[in-house]
Design a binder for this molecule. Sequence first.
Ligand SMILES: Cc1cc2nc3c(=O)[nH]c(=O)nc-3n(C[C@H](O)[C@H](O)[C@H](O)COP(=O)(O)OP(=O)(O)OC[C@H]3O[C@@H](n4cnc5c(N)ncnc54)[C@H](O)[C@@H]3O)c2cc1C
Length: 317
Amino acid sequence: MTITPTRLPMILDQVEVVRVERLSPSFVRVELGGPCLADFGVDGPLYDQRIKLILPHGDGPLPSFTGAEESWYAAWLERPVEERGHLRTYTVRDVRGAGSDTRLVVDFAVHGADGPAGPGASWAARARVGDRLVLLAPRRGHEFGGIEFEPGTASRLLLVGDETAVPAVCAILGQLPWRARGAVFLEVPTAADVQSVAHPEGVQVVWLPREGAPLGSLVHAAVLEHLGVGGLRDEDADEVGEVDPDLWETPTYSSSGEEVDAAVTLVGHDLDDLYAWIAGESGLVTALRRALVTDLGLDRRQVAFMGYWRRGVAMRS
Ligand SMILES: Cc1cc2nc3c(=O)[nH]c(=O)nc-3n(C[C@H](O)[C@H](O)[C@H](O)COP(=O)(O)OP(=O)(O)OC[C@H]3O[C@@H](n4cnc5c(N)ncnc54)[C@H](O)[C@@H]3O)c2cc1C
C-alpha cells in the first residue's frame, strides 16, 4: 500500500540560495530556488505578499517538513530551538523564471548597528549560494492571505515605510497601473541605501536617508508636510506612549479589536480619496496612526497600519 503524504494548501519546503547580492550597506538581496517553487503563485498581483522563512539556529540543522500535516506549526514549536530554527516574516520582492526554475527574490534589511542582529538579519548577512532555509509561501490555486495592499477605488495613494517595508513598497510600485497617482515616503539608514525603482509618473517617490536621525522622525515630518499639516504634534513623534508591538490595522482587521466599520468624521482635510499603506517599526507606525486617524480624522477604512517589527523586541516564532 502506498501512503500519499498530505498535500498542504501552501508551500512548506526547503529552498536553496541561488544568488546573493549586497545591494547597499543595509540591504542584502537573496534569490531562492527549488523544485517546490514550481507551485508558487497567487490569483492576481502579488503586491506586498508576505512569506515566512525558517532560518537555522546558528550552524544548526534545518527542520524537515516532508509529509507535514495541517498541525505542523504546533509540532514544530514543540521542538527545541536548536532543531527548529527561527520563523521570520519577509516580502516577495520579485519573482524570476518560471516552472521548476521559479526563483523568489527577498531583500533583507540587515540591522545590528544599534543592538544585536536577530537570526534573520544574521543569516542574511552571511548568506552564501547553496545555503538552505525553509519557505512558507502561497501555493497556486489555494487561499494563503498575506496581501494587505487593497486601495479599492481610492484615486490617491500614500505609501510609507522604513527599510523593512522598502521591499514591499518597491514591489507594489512595480505593479501599479500606469495611471496611479500618489506619494511614497521611504526612510532608510543611509543615502547609499536609496534604490532606483520603477514607478508610475504620477507617483512621487521620496527617499529619506536617516543618517543618524531618530528612526521614524524624517518620515513622520515628511508625511505631515505632504498632507499640508506640517508641524502637527510633530514634537510628539518620539513620544508615542504605549506601542503595540503587534500593531496591525487594515480596512478589514484590527489587532486591538477596534470596531473597523466605525465611521469617523473628517475634520476639514481633503483626504476622502486617499488610501494609505504604512508599515515599519511599530513606534513609527503608531505615531503616524495617531496623526492620521486621531488628529486628522482619516477614516480607518482607508488605511492599513502594519507594525513590521518593534525596537528591542525579537519577532515571535
Ligand atoms: C508582513 C511583513 C513583511 C516584512 N518584510 C520584510 C522584508 O521584506 N525585509 C526585511 O528586512 N524585513 C521585513 N520584515 C521585518 C522583519 O520581519 C523584522 O525586522 C524581523 O524582526 C527580522 O528578524 P530578525 O531575526 O532579524 O530580528 P528579531 O530576532 O526579530 O529581533 C532581534 C532584535 O533586532 C531588532 N530588529 C529587528 N528588525 C530590525 C531592523 N530592521 N532594524 C533594527 N533592528 C531590528 C529587534 O527590535 C530586536 O531587538 C517584515 C515584517 C512583516 C510583518
